[in-house]
Design a protein around this ligand. Structure first.
Ligand SMILES: C[S@@+](CC[C@H](N)C(=O)[O-])C[C@H]1O[C@@H](n2cnc3c(N)ncnc32)[C@H](O)[C@@H]1O
Length: 414
């Protein structure tokens, strides 16, 4: 059996090159090729390969400052990098060379470093990257349709899974140590979903009440739709839409497990005149746009995104996000709510979208997300800074130890 660095290098290269796939699934499939590896070896090799991806540019620079980043990404064999990474992991990285640029020091591509600096200064970006380069904890959302946080905590503890409540997040628990919950019986019984703390702040912004009609326009595998169903006590109608039917299909077993019957699955064509949406014009109490985005807020779990994304992809996504927001607005009834959310950290996908919607829709009122969350019983500490004057939600890993999320909410005039 080869030792850790070559396998970690192979795994890192594999993660770098796969497009449109989540790291977790890729990792599982990769390790299937090495059935003899034990749990601990897999964890070690996984950690090392993630470390390589998190510090790829800096490691490459230390290896050979003259080789451009693109060449490191395309390199067939990243083993020397992985060997250096193993030393840095064990002994700590050396202090950064003062000659390094900000992008090199933070191990980012130049274009991405510039884009991240659009709405924050260098000190804030440094703190953000330090948090994003750490492994993420595992957070759970208790399914209120089946149990309560106290009961779930006790049940998990009996099974040897220790958790602590997520401060200020009504149904949130955090595992005290990382652990695979795939075969956990409480999970199979639908008592909880695995959902990051930041993601748990989005559905409550819809202000959904029992009996209402809510459209989840980009429902994917249903994380937020399931949360909405729980918040509404499964009373009312949640129309879970997506252009990718295979993603919607993944929701079906989750709905069954959770005991959520109020969610209706609706595949979309993706066009402005989609007949599936026509009957809902100005009918929904709230529409959630959990927009397709760069996913940069999830870098702790998917460090390869840093190297896979291209500036042109952000331009394409931003155009789609504008289109989806406009489409969603048509479905909101007078007095109803429109919620726009991303797990991005880029102004082009976040603040710029919110500002553009404000400018194009002067008759819609932006609602302060801080008040909406407080009203929903969500008061995570450190979420809002004293000086923040805009109405948006920005969950950041360095403040909440959550993934990065952005949200903006509007109310349609009566
Ligand atoms: C951030 S993900 C949604 C995650 C999901 N809401 C959850 O909580 O699990 C964005 C989703 O938007 C979908 N999407 C992309 N283009 C779309 C479009 N034109 N109309 C509707 N959904 C779209 C993608 O298939 C993807 O599932």
């Amino acid at each position: 059996m080869r030792s850790d660095p070559p396998l970690a290098a192979e795994l890192a290269a594999h993660l770098l090159r796969q497009r449109d796939q989540g790291a977790e699934g890729l990792l599982r499939r990769f390790f299937r090729q090495y059935p003899k590896l034990g749990k601990r070896d897999r964890a070690r090799i996984g950690d090392l390969s993630y470390f390589v991806l998190r510090h790829l540019r800096l490691l490459g620079w230390a290896e050979d400052p003259a080789t451009p980043l693109e060449n490191w990404i395309e390199q067939a064999d990243l083993t020397p990098l992985a060997q250096r990474a193993q030393t840095w992991l064990a002994e700590g990285a050396p202090p950064p060379d003062p000659a390094l640029t900000t992008a090199q020091r933070l191990s980012l591509p130049d274009w991405l470093c510039d884009a991240l600096l659009a709405e924050r200064d260098e000190a804030e970006l440094t703190a953000l990257m330090a948090a994003l380069q750490q492994p993420a904890p595992v957070d759970l959302r208790v399914n209120r349709l089946r149990t309560s946080p106290t009961k779930l905590q006790a049940r998990l503890a009996r099974d040897g899974v220790e958790t602590t409540p997520l401060p200020g997040i009504a149904d949130g628990l955090r595992l005290t140590a990382r652990r695979n919950l795939r075969n956990d019986s409480a999970f199979a019984d639908g008592l909880y979903e695995i959902q990051d703390a930041g993601s748990q702040l989005i559905a409550p912004l819809c202000g959904a009440q029992a009996g209402q009609t809510i459209i989840d326009l980009c429902a994917g595998g249903g994380g937020k739709a399931l949360h909405l169903a729980a918040l509404m006590g499964d009373q009312g109608k949640i129309i879970a839409c997506d252009v990718h039917a295979h993603r919607l299909d993944r929701m079906r077993p989750r709905l069954k497990r959770a005991g959520a019957r109020s969610v209706e699955i609706q595949p979309l064509t993706g066009g402005d005149d989609d007949p599936a949406l026509t009957p809902w014009r100005q009918q929904a109490d709230a529409v959630l746009v959990d927009a397709p985005c760069s996913g940069l807020g999830t870098l702790r779990r998917q460090p390869h995104l840093t190297w896979r994304l291209r500036a042109e992809e952000i331009t394409r996504l931003a155009a789609l996000q504008t289109q989806l927001l406009a489409r969603a607005a048509q479905l909101v009834k007078p007095g109803g709510r429109l919620v726009y959310a991303t797990c991005s950290l880029l102004a082009a996908e976040n603040q710029a979208q919110a500002r553009a919607f404000d400018a194009a829709h002067p008759d819609w009122t932006p609602l302060p997300t801080q008040d909406l969350l407080r009203h929903a019983g969500m008061t995570p500490p450190g979420l809002w800074r004293e000086e923040s004057v805009d109405p948006w939600l920005r969950a950041a890993p360095q403040d909440q130890s959550s993934d990065g999320f952005f949200a903006a909410v509007w109310q349609r005039s009566e």
